[in-house]
Structures are given as structure tokens and as C-alpha cells.
Design a protein around this ligand. Structure first.
Ligand code: OSB
Ligand code: MG
Length: 393
């Protein structure tokens, strides 16, 4: 098994997955370009509009499922890009599953088990199978995943701003809307002073930092961080710097959270075992789909490692699946789940969801994706469309 591969899905906590035949008759892939309301800056660069890939799948009875591959244009966060995702969906994955019958969505998710990489594409297509299963069974997606929570604690992720006053205004706004946790993106030059100022200005609000791999091991940036009492420090070093992360974690009381490192269930388990972190950010797209995200959740729960659901600026289509997944009992820390309307002029689900005054988002109870998909908007924003046009049989 290669390091970038999917790896086996561990069977630590055996699950009973729903058995409902999945047989796709037609798949449509849309590459959509959505303008962002505000630019978002991270250690990886500046984002002003966002391409995302939406997958619509129809089964042989005409039941429709949806998925989203939130791939960017550059392979900075994961190896996947919008182009590689397009290639994987249209040339590898859809042809592999079209017209075949799978006993259920979990079996569907194993169709490409011998393939390496293309996690975001696999995630999107797998989500189609889960939402079709949910639709066919008339049961909420969260229930199919084994979810127990009915509302998701929600925090906000703050990009690197022009200056401290702009960041402070942003945070104040979001806290007023109910967000219950502050995540500040940091990079060299925008870190300790910023965190200290935010901690002082908003005492009592859980605060964390996300470095998006922006630091070199060996520096002493993080010596002072323990005094801030952060909820966690997310991914200070490169994804594969597991030994260095473990060394840093051994020196810190602050818990390190794995994001870019946690690409597969097996790598995540190994990383936890060597002490590279004490919290895992579970992002279904990065982990190649809900099945593997569930496996990481189950594994972490067994080890008493808390998890939370991260985001990749998904529209309501991707967020719908994330909300269902975040209802699993091990998701005890606030999610990056801000409503898509805060980023995009228009969401791709209508009505979309919103945060409540108590800082939570209700888990959708409607079968399928949980939200009505705005198909016309998808077609309006589509810059590229591919249709399998397979005849239903
Ligand atoms: O590191 O959590 C990250 C978005 C794209 C890639 C990586 C990350 C993010 C975010 C987005 O922080 C947060 C969100 O979706 O609300
Ligand atoms: Mg992160």
C-alpha cells in the first residue's frame, strides 16, 4: 500500500451499513465557478472565487443523489485539483460503477478500493450512493451514518487578514451571529501576536490556530503557545512530518490536531499511535468519502481521541453530508460548518441552512442530502458539464 493510497478500511468497530441496492444509470458532473463574497487568505494563498465539482447521479429507478468534490485549482491542500477530479470522475470512477449493482453504499465505496489517490472525486461519487440510499430508505442520512446528535456545534475559520483590526471586526461579527469557537489561520509573521490579541479580546471563547503546514520543524515559534490555553493547534508542519509533529506534541500541553496528515484511516491511526497529535479534524473529502471518515471516527472514539468536522468551503451540497457525519457521537468539538451563504453569493441548496443563536446547526432530517438542491443554479454556474448519458435499463 502506498502512502497516498486509500488503504484498508479498519474494522475496529464493526458497523452495520444499510443494505439497499445501488445501481447508477446516469451520472452528470458539473464544474461550477462560484464568486466568493470575501477573499480568504491562508498559508496557501488568496482565494476570490471558488471552483467546485458537483456530481448528480440517478439510479435505475430515477432516484437522484448528490455529491461535491471541493477541489481547488492548485494541489496545495491535497494532491487533488479540479482537473484531476474531473479526470478521475469522468474517466475512472463513473465508468467503473455505471450500470453495476452494489448491495449498498458501503460496498459501492469499495468499488475503487484498488485505486490510489483522487480522494475528492471518490468522496463526491460515494456521497451520491449514500444520498440515494437515504432517499430510497426514507431515512435521514445522519441515521444511516449512525449519528446521534441533532445539532452540530459550530465555529468559524478566520483567514489571514490585512491587519488585526479587520480580523477583530470579523470575529466580533461572527460571535454575534452565534459562532461558538474561533479558529485563526496562522503563518509565520501572523501568529503569536495575533493569537495573544484575540485571546485577550475574546476571553472565554474557545480559540484555536490552524497553521496549514506553514511552519518548519526546528523553530521555536510554539514554545510560548501553551500559555495561551488554545483549544488546539492544527497542523503546524507538513502532512508527512509525523515524527516532527510527535516531537512537538511531546513538548506541548496544547493538543495538536491533525488535518493535512490525516489522509487515510491507516495513516491517521499510525500518527495517533506515535503521538503526532491528540485530536483529528475529520474531513470526508480529504479521507476519500464518508465510509473512511466513519472509520476514522470509530477508531478515534475507541482511543478517546476527540474529533471534529472540518470544511473545505463546500456549498450546501458538501456541507449537507458533513452535517450528517458530524452527528456521530465522537464529534465533540465545534465544526467548521459556517453556512455557505457567508462565502458564496448563492448557495447550491435552497433553502440553505443557517446557524442558530445557540451556535449550533440542526442536523437535517429530510432524507437524501437533507436540503433541496438548486439544480438551475448549478447549471447557471456550470463552466463545464459531462454526462454519462448511459441508457437506463
Ligand atoms: O485547513 O481547514 C483547513 C479550507 C480549505 C482547505 C483547508 C482548510 C479550509 C478551511 C475552511 O479552513 C473552513 C470551512 O470550510 O469553513
Ligand atoms: Mg486545517
Amino acid at each position: 500500500m502506498s502512502e497516498t493510497g486509500a488503504g484498508p478500511v479498519p474494522a475496529t468497530a464493526p458497523r452495520r451499513h444499510p443494505e439497499v441496492p445501488i445501481r447508477l444509470a446516469r451520472v452528470t458532473v458539473y464544474s461550477v465557478e462560484l464568486p466568493l463574497i470575501m477573499a480568504f487568505r491562508t498559508a496557501h494563498g488568496n482565494t476570490t472565487s471558488r471552483r467546485t465539482t458537483i456530481v448528480r447521479a440517478e439510479d435505475t429507478d430515477g432516484v437522484v443523489g448528490w455529491g461535491e468534490a471541493p477541489a481547488g485549482s492548485l494541489p496545495t491542500y491535497t494532491a487533488d485539483t479540479e482537473r484531476s477530479t474531473w479526470y478521475a470522475l469522468t474517466e475512472l470512477l463513473v465508468p467503473l460503477v455505471l450500470g453495476r449493482t452494489f448491495p449498498g453504499p458501503a460496498d459501492f465505496a469499495l468499488a475503487w478500493d484498488s485505486y490510489q489517490g483522487y480522494h475528492l472525486a471518490r468522496h463526491a461519487l460515494e456521497c451520491c450512493a449514500w444520498t440515494i440510499a437515504s432517499e430510497r430508505l426514507g431515512r435521514p442520512l445522519a441515521e444511516l451514518f449512525g449519528g446521534e446528535q441533532t445539532a452540530i456545534l459550530t465555529g468559524e475559520s478566520f483567514g489571514i487578514e490585512e491587519g488585526l483590526p479587520a480580523l477583530m471586526r470579523e470575529i466580533e461579527n461572527r460571535l454575534a451571529q452565534g459562532f461558538m469557537r474561533i479558529k485563526v489561520k496562522i503563518m509565520p509573521g501572523w501568529d503569536m501576536d495575533v493569537l495573544r490579541a484575540v485571546a485577550a479580546a475574546f476571553p472565554g471563547v474557545p480559540l484555536m490556530a490552524d497553521a496549514n503546514t506553514g511552519y518548519e520543524p526546528g523553530g521555536d515559534e510554539f514554545a510560548a503557545i501553551d500559555d495561551l490555553g488554545l483549544l488546539m493547534l492544527e497542523q503546524p508542519f507538513a502532512g508527512d512530518a509525523l515524527s516532527e509533529l510527535a516531537d512537538l506534541q511531546a513538548r506541548l500541553r496544547t493538543r495538536i490536531c491533525l488535518d493535512e496528515s490525516a489522509t487515510t484511516p491507516g495513516i491517521t491511526r499510525a500518527a495517533l499511535r506515535i503521538g503526532a497529535g491528540r485530536i483529528v479534524n475529520v474531513k470526508p473529502p480529504r479521507l476519500a468519502g464518508p465510509l473512511r471518515a466513519m472509520a476514522v471516527h470509530d477508531d478515534c472514539r475507541e482511543r478517546d481521541v476527540p474529533v471534529w468536522c472540518g470544511g473545505m468551503f463546500e456549498t450546501g451540497i458538501g456541507r449537507g453530508v458533513n452535517l450528517a457525519l458530524a452527528s456521530l457521537p465522537g464529534f465533540t468539538l465545534p465544526a467548521d460548518m459556517s453556512p455557505a451563504r457567508l462565502f458564496y453569493a448563492e448557495d447550491l441548496v435552497d433553502p440553505t441552512f443557517d446557524i442558530q443563536k445557540d451556535g449550533t446547526i440542526p442536523v437535517p432530517q429530510r432524507p437524501g442530502l437533507g436540503f433541496p438542491v438548486a439544480e438551475k443554479r448549478i447549471r447557471r454556474y456550470a463552466v463545464d458539464t459531462w454526462d454519462s448519458r448511459a441508457p437506463a435499463s
